[in-house]
Design a protein. Sequence first.
Length: 249
Amino acid sequence: MTYCVGMVLDQGLVLMSDTRTNSGVDNISTFRKMFTWSVPGERIITLLTAGNLASTQAVISQLEERTKEPDERFNVLLESPTMFQVATEVGRLLRSTITDSQGANGERGQGRFTASIIVAGQIAGMEPRLFMVYPEGNFIEASHDTPFFQIGETKYGRPIILRGYDRSMSLEDGVKLLMVSFDSTLKANLSVGLPLDLQVIERDSFAPTHQHRVTAEDPYFQAISSNWGDALKNAFHSLPDYTFHRDEG
């Protein structure tokens, strides 16, 4: 399992993903799930992946056409004229990859190769855009009503974002909000783990404004985790006390 979030703000995009691929007492491994392509001054596109690792890596390889010589490669992410077409192509590749993998493995393959992808980025002359691509290849786009997407282990971190999100918040506050969301998820689920990959894309920058790998020793993440825990306890104790001797009248 994994946890990835893409969030749209007025100032740009904030993206974060974990790196855990297996979990257990004696079986923990990590793998990057955030992939970025850019053309200076023209476009930046980032994909966040969740689900079957073989399926998502096959999609990434096909997008880059890694089986060809470098001068023969055609990366559709760098050639498509709109982000909508980028999402369409990612959906097509994801659907065909999952279908082929399931078909090659017969009944045992049913449901084993599923995956989902968040597509984020901006092309010059257009707005920053965010899409969530489903295993079936169809997708939805972020809007004012749905300004962020989560894939993977979503339930523990979602309430934090729902309560704290404001589209006009700064990019720095967007990072803080995702840090809290990920900390809450890490505390609740072993299948999501450090290190975390963070990327901030400011509107019209067409390059990562900020990139950072968050490890267990990261002082800011440690402060967020500790202070958030204390803040929750303080908030709980500030709530009105319940009594068994309430006036029933």
